[in-house]
Design a protein around this ligand. Structure first.
Ligand SMILES: N[C@@H](CCC(=O)N[C@@H](CS)C(=O)NCC(=O)O)C(=O)O
Length: 268
């Protein structure tokens, strides 16, 4: 099984946490969306939307995070129960998974990144798309769509309503989570489940953007939960080793310098 993913990608983190929690082995391929690796033709042929993650098991390719996680869950259940997959997530877990997945982190994240960095990356990625399009004319339509998407994102970011609604959606989810965590230790009961796997990357994103005081610490149950789930080996492997403490700076600087140098030398 192959997983194309990146530590920066929130949906990739969800899938990788599920793989770690379920103890499933896979071959890992890093595809950095900020340096435009996802726009390389090899990846574009695999997924013409260029989105991460992509999961491949033989000829079976899955693009949707929840579908991948549920597929992983079925494999794990089959392995542990000798062929029958009766132990998959209950309805409450699945409902939380969909509720959390309905929030699109794109505008919120971009809005909270310093404008200088956002503009440089966005310009760089548009140049990369144009360069790849020239190299692979047979993929021109998909690259055109990607370019249109990039302009559309920039335009929507200038629209206060879009950004505000995106944040309100997040707040609504966090408030529901806070209420639930006053009754149970984890999101769907007193056991850790795949619902928690979906939530952890969102909390990690808030911390990465230095927004934990406003969004996590103001919710005492959530703050306590966050401290507990960060102790899990899956969190440390998938997120902590790239973003905890000083590592955050090193991880981000590497990508930033890549983009800066490539832009300077016009090497797309
Ligand atoms: N359909 C995908 C969406 C995944 C998605 O939005 N991925 C983001 C990162 S979390 C991405 O690849 N962004 C790069 C791009 O759009 O070029 C899913 O549901 O899993």
């Amino acid at each position: 099984m192959q997983l194309y993913h990146h530590p920066y990608s929130l949906d990739s983190q969800k899938v990788r946490l599920a793989l770690e929690e379920k103890g499933i082995d896979y071959t890992s391929h890093h595809v950095n969306p900020i340096t435009g690796k996802n726009l390389d033709s090899f990846f574009f042929r695999l997924n013409p939307t260029a989105k991460l993650p992509v999961f491949q098991n033989g000829s079976h390719v899955i693009y949707d995070a929840i579908e991948i996680i549920q597929y992983v869950e079925r494999i794990a259940e089959k392995a542990s129960s000798g062929g029958n997959d009766s132990g998959v997530s209950n309805q409450e877990v699945v409902q939380w998974m969909h509720k959390i997945q309905a929030w699109d982190p794109k505008y919120f994240t971009l809005f909270h990144i310093p404008v200088k960095h956002r503009l440089r990356v966005s310009k760089f990625l548009r140049r990369v798309i144009i360069a790849r399009m020239a190299e692979c004319p047979d993929l021109a339509t998909s690259y055109h769509n990607k370019l249109r998407e990039a302009y559309d994102t920039d335009e929507k970011l200038g629209n206060d309503d879009v950004v505000r609604r995106n944040e309100e959606h997040l707040i609504k989810i966090l408030d529901e989570v806070e209420a639930k965590l006053s009754e149970t230790a984890y999101l769907a009961g007193d056991e850790f489940t795949l619902a928690d796997v979906m939530l952890i990357p969102i909390l990690a994103r808030l911390e990465l953007l230095s927004l934990e005081l406003e969004f996590i610490n103001t919710r005492p149950n959530l703050a306590e939960y966050w401290a507990v789930v960060k102790q899990r080996p899956s969190y440390k492997k998938v997120i902590g080793r790239y973003f905890d403490g000083w590592k955050k700076k090193t991880t981000l600087m590497k990508t930033w310098w890549f983009v800066k140098l490539r832009s300077m030398f016009r090497k797309y």
